[in-house]
Design a protein around this ligand. Structure first.
Ligand code: NDP
Length: 432
């Protein structure tokens, strides 16, 4: 708190993990002797650079870019790139920190990182996006590589942006290596990567429901967001018989009490880039209600899946959900619940699964993309989808084993302890 007083998101994330793992840390002398908890909280390296490029009017624009290489003990740094005007060092540090724990939970050999730029791609032409991506990669390329650091996409960085960045990396380095994941299938991408985070979230939900002797059939599911994670979670949930009653974006939310069908969700996925507001267009198509400038959390739902952005669900929203008999909450986004909201769920003993466990499907398939690139072989859609399901079940199992307390499962604590143990053991083995 004294060293980084203005980095609230980063402090929130580190405090929350420290609270959960401190007993495990204190009970294990090698962890204390090697000071692993403090070392694990601080990034190994932060790269900060300017991104200078020419817009369509031939004017010079300058943005700020970062790569936070948080922890590389168990594998090459790995984590997404975010292009958004709100990107700053505190947000990237919190995301990189969480990413290290999440990647450890997958069981794959991948360290944790995050990066991006304070660039708003909304309203930019395709050529501007290309030039920005190339300028960004012009600097980032010297810090990444298949055995060093392998970035992927995140908010506003999808397969188009990854393609432009990969092209620039390849041209500068004269090397066709797996230095980025989330690539198109035509140049080394993996099946199921686009769907992986949303699908993985629903595989985790199914494991949680099974543990509590329930099923997704007929459950009322409220989802926020209408991006990659939200729409694929909605699709998988609907495919398995869940009733998806909401989707949202930064302009408001859509409510459809009968449940949005698989066909309509597929339509939204396929038309996302073509409409000014995909949710109002979907609403007109199916006759659903649109609520301007509001989040969906006062609707009555059994399961809440916040899949938009950090701190989008606060203590008040949590109280409202619980008054409306919420049964389960799984984070699809990274840290969408504020500290107050988490404490409300904790107090009510409502199963709460943190993003580092429930949204780990995306990075898990990115890890598989790395091994597919290294071996120049690609797995089939079915194989990768099955592996995704297995990995989510294994993460669920780790949360259950480490998170049992007073006859219930504390998923947040279980995930933090399981991730911590894997990282801490490797750090102790590698010395200070
Ligand atoms: P997208 O950019 O595809 O979608 C983000 C969605 O959230 C959009 O619908 C956006 O609406 C909405 N949104 C953004 N900010 C707000 C806000 N302040 N209030 C309400 N809605 C908002 O991103 P992704 O789906 O890829 O990522 C969503 C979250 O999941 C992020 O936290 C990301 O870090 C996390 N995540 C993503 C992974 C992935 O594989 N993509 C992997 C693991 C985690 P609008 O379009 O109006 O801005």
């Amino acid at each position: 708190t004294d060293v980084f007083p203005d980095q609230s998101e980063y402090l929130q994330a580190t405090r929350e993990i420290a609270r959960d793992v401190v007993d495990v840390y204190n009970a294990h002398d090698p962890y204390k002797k090697n000071d692993v908890l403090r070392r694990l909280s601080i990034p190994e390296r932060i790269i900060h650079f300017s991104v200078t490029w020419l817009n369509d009017n031939d004017e010079v624009e300058i943005h700020q870019g970062w790569r936070v290489q948080h922890n590389g003990t168990i594998g090459p740094y790995k984590g997404g790139l975010r292009f958004h005007p709100t990107v700053n060092e505190s947000i990237l540090k919190f995301l990189a920190f969480e990413q290290s724990y999440k990647n450890a939970l997958t069981g794959l050999p991948i360290g944790g990182a995050k990066g991006g730029a304070n660039f708003n791609p909304k309203g930019r032409s395709d050529r501007e996006i290309m030039r920005f991506c190339q300028a960004f990669m012009g600097e980032l390329q010297r810090h990444i590589g298949p055995y060093t650091d392998v970035p992927a996409g995140d908010i506003n960085v999808g397969s188009r942006e990854i393609g432009y960045m990969y092209g620039e990396y390849r041209r500068i380095n004269n090397r066709f290596g797996g230095a980025l994941t989330g690539k198109d299938l035509s140049f080394g991408g993996s099946y199921v990567r686009t769907e992986a985070t949303g699908f993985g979230l629903i595989y985790m939900l199914q494991a949680v429901l099974k543990e509590h002797h329930e099923s997704i059939q007929g459950m009322r599911i409220g989802i926020s967001g209408a991006g990659n994670v939200a729409l694929h979670a909605a699709l998988k949930a609907a495919e398995h018989g869940g009733t998806v009653i909401t989707l949202s974006n930064s302009r408001g939310y859509l409510h459809y009490d009968k449940g949005i069908s698989c066909d309509d969700i597929k339509w939204a996925i396929n038309n996302k880039g073509k409409e000014d507001n995909i949710l109002t267009a979907l609403g007109e198509r199916i006759g659903a209600d649109w609520h301007d400038s509001k989040a969906p959390w006062h609707e009555k739902m059994d399961i809440a899946l916040p899949c938009a952005t950090q701190n989008e669900l606060d203590g008040e929203a949590a109280k409202t959900l619980l008054q409306n008999d919420l049964k389960y909450i799984l984070e699809g986004a990274n840290m969408p619940c504020t500290d107050d909201a988490r404490q409300e769920f904790e107090r009510s003993e409502t199963p709460f699964v943190p993003g580092k466990a429930s949204n780990a499907g995306g990075v898990a398939i990115s890890g598989l993309e790395m091994s597919q690139n290294a071996s120049f072989r690609r797995g089939s859609y079915e194989q990768i989808d099955k592996t995704l399901e297995d990995i989510m079940q294994s993460i669920h199992q780790q949360c259950v084993e480490e998170g049992k307390e007073n006859g219930r499962i504390n998923y947040a604590k279980g995930a933090n302890i399981a991730g911590f143990r894997r990282l801490a053991d490797a750090m102790v083995a590698q010395g200070v």
